[in-house]
Write a protein that binds this ligand. Structure first.
Ligand SMILES: [Zn+2]
Length: 478
């Protein structure tokens, strides 16, 4: 089986985070009551005229720059004509032969190696509406999404991607860049970032490409990876059995973990593209491009390198902490507020991410502010709370959003400051465990001291300072 090479092209659609739709002033927003955000322009009613959304054009220029593309100076909108019930106009306004960005690339990391994936084009179009099919053969259409600005990013041909792992890494990097730029929220589960890989296989060393299939409805990184893996295996077994791969669009069934035939693409659809007569060509000046370039934020790769050099983090930690811009900002604020980079990284990647995963998973909704996390780390570092009790403290902070010192005081989590009470606890543990005390004093079994420390910690509900407990035990054993 391994003498086949998978070949994967990636076509991604990203809904842009503009206030209004692409060619009208209807609000661009997810969800809501069906058909409450559409107007004569969205519906292309006679007499209505589209006006391009400047912000959307700027977002596509910004993305093209971030993806190392060349920017055309004369872009144009074209009509892509086809009939489908979710397309109220009977055509989609898109860009055919004059896309905004061409010839770019991004670098991805797979198995510790960096690979460059070339990008063919980045263009701007409008989204379609949504169809809902209910039991009893009823179909409904919601046109709230029709006309939402949509950016399409297509990888170069011949493709650089040759495995499901590489496809997943590409999509993750692309999503990171888009969310860092703030042009798309990257929510695959809501369809604001959609990915349609086309997959073929060929015998290693073959210069011709195999027949490709396109996979739709992949709404997570995992689905993209599994969908491609499934499709590669399916195509190889067809070829091994002397059958042929049909050129078609295939859907992804998450529950079954399998792709299924949706429609044949034997005949290339004729879209009769032509320049939209209602829209003038888009003149993009050097000055405009430079203005947009100046607003470019630090991108994931640059941030990751800086986290390694500035904070001394290893590549894996730096990569995890720069996964999203919000997370990276959170880490930097927490580290700055306690001055302890290592602890900030550990708490965020450990307990905090565990709590987030069990909840919404979204750090932007986290009740603990970076400053509060920093304050908690400072409390551990200056011995106000033990590292062990801090684990319960962070859970309560996560649930309530209260300050760490308030919670610690309220719930009695602070380290014991009462030296008399601590000395009494130590004395009691030693009296209760005379056999162990003897083992240590007479047989020199110093390893057993840990048990005594543990007993004192237990007796004090974990609130004793272990260093102080050790000191008191040593004093009494001397
Ligand atoms: Zn509208």
């Amino acid at each position: 089986m391994s003498d086949y090479e998978p070949v994967v092209g990636m076509e991604c659609h990203a809904e842009l985070l503009t206030e209004s739709k692409m060619f009208c002033s209807c609000r661009n927003q997810f969800g809501g009551d069906p058909n409450t955000r559409c107007c004569p322009v969205c519906l292309a009613l006679p007499g209505s005229l589209p006006v391009p959304n400047r912000k959307a054009v700027e977002f596509v220029i910004l993305t093209s720059l971030a993806l190392n593309c060349s920017i055309t100076r004369h872009a144009r909108f074209d009509r892509k004509n086809y009939f489908y019930p979710d397309l109220p106009k009977g055509y989609q306004i898109s860009q055919y032969d004059c896309p905004i960005g061409t010839g770019g690339w991004i670098d991805i990391e797979v198995n510790g190696e960096t690979k460059r994936v070339h990008i063919r084009r980045v263009h701007l179009e409008e989204d379609t509406g949504k169809l809902f099919h209910t039991v009893g053969n009823n179909s409904f259409v919601d046109l709230n999404r029709a006309g939402v600005p949509l950016m399409e990013i297509v990888t170069e041909f011949p493709p650089d991607i040759h495995s499901a792992d590489e496809a997943r890494a590409y999509l993750m990097k692309l999503r990171a860049i888009l969310t860092y730029l703030g042009v798309c929220d990257g929510k695959m589960e809501q369809g604001s970032l959609r990915c349609e890989p086309n997959v073929s296989v060929r015998k290693l060393g073959n210069s011709t490409f195999g027949t490709k299939t396109e996979i739709k409805n992949l709404n997570s990184f995992r689905a993209v990876q599994r969908g491609i893996e499934y499709e590669v295996d399916r195509q190889i077994s067809l070829l091994e059995n002397g059958e042929r791969v049909a050129q078609e669009t295939r859907g992804w069934n998450e529950a079954r973990g399998a792709t299924y035939s949706q429609r044949s693409k034997e005949v290339e659809q004729e879209y009769r593209y032509f320049p939209d007569p209602d829209l003038v060509a888009l003149e993009i000046t050097d000055e405009w491009i430079e203005q947009i370039r100046a607003s470019m934020p630090e991108l994931p790769d640059a941030k990751m390198r800086r986290f390694q050099s500035e904070y001394g983090l290893n590549a894996a930690d730096a990569s995890q902490l720069t996964e999203t811009r919000v997370l990276a900002d959170y880490f930097e604020l927490a580290a700055a507020s306690c001055g302890d980079v290592r602890s900030a990284a550990n708490w965020i990647m450990g307990d905090l991410s565990r709590l987030l995963n069990a909840d919404s998973g979204d750090i932007s909704n986290c009740k603990i502010t970076p400053q509060q996390l920093g304050a908690m780390i400072t409390m551990i570092n200056n011995g106000t709370i033990s590292g062990k009790l801090a684990k319960s403290l962070i859970e309560r902070m996560f649930a309530t959003g209260d300050d760490p010192d308030t919670i610690a005081e309220r719930e009695g989590l602070l380290v014991m400051r009462d030296t008399g009470a601590l000395a009494a606890a130590v004395a009691k543990v030693l009296d209760d465990n005379t056999n162990i005390v003897n083992d240590i004093k007479e047989k020199g079994l110093v390893g057993k001291k840990g048990f005594l420390v543990g007993q004192v910690m237990k007796a004090t509900g974990g609130k004793a300072d272990p260093k102080e407990v050790n000191r008191l035990i040593d004093e009494r054993l001397a």
